[in-house]
Design a protein. Structure first.
Length: 164
């Protein structure tokens, strides 16, 4: 007899984006696109259990200016690429495997973060991309269990409202 799988009914938060800018200790600009809808669900234990794996992909921009900021051409190429990666990691738009958390651009690098349901789907996808040399830029990734969402705590804070 096969064990019965546990089912949970969840309402997925609709993505809503917040653009945050800051400077690092060396004065370099840090630009973050944050899915602010997750902050309203930061205490949702079921959502955390279902999406209990932290995933981070990190890559270097190739074409940067003197401030290590991507050129407009590089940013355009990588914007399209990261959108494809985001769709692939989410896997099924009706029953997504991932919740997008943030994209951080800083000092010639880009980091993308998700919370995953099934890490094996994402690992299989990323390993296939690497093996087939299908990546636009070489990248490193990290996936680890995080049912408390400790790794994304910074992105779950209440950011100040933008002034018009």
């Amino acid at each position: 007899m096969e064990p019965q799988k546990e089912q949970a009914k969840i309402i997925l938060p609709e993505e809503s984006f917040y653009l945050a800018e800051s400077k690092d200790k060396d004065g370099q600009m840090v630009l973050m696109v944050i899915n602010s809808s997750l902050r309203h669900r930061r205490d949702d234990a079921i959502l955390k259990q279902v999406f209990g794996y932290y995933c981070s992909i990190f890559f270097d921009y190739e074409d940067v200016d003197d401030n290590r900021w991507p050129t407009s051409e590089e940013f355009s190429v990588m914007r399209d690429y990261v959108e494809r990666v985001d769709k692939a990691i989410k896997n099924d738009m009706n029953h997504p495997n991932a919740l997008f958390v943030a994209r951080i651009t800083h000092a010639g690098t880009c980091q993308m973060i998700w919370m995953l349901n099934n890490p094996d789907i994402t690992i299989e996808y990323l390993d296939r991309v690497i093996a087939n040399k299908e990546q636009e830029r070489e990248f490193e990734y990290q996936i680890e269990s995080d049912v408390e969402w400790d790794s994304i705590g910074y992105f779950l804070q209440d950011f100040p409202e933008k002034e018009e």
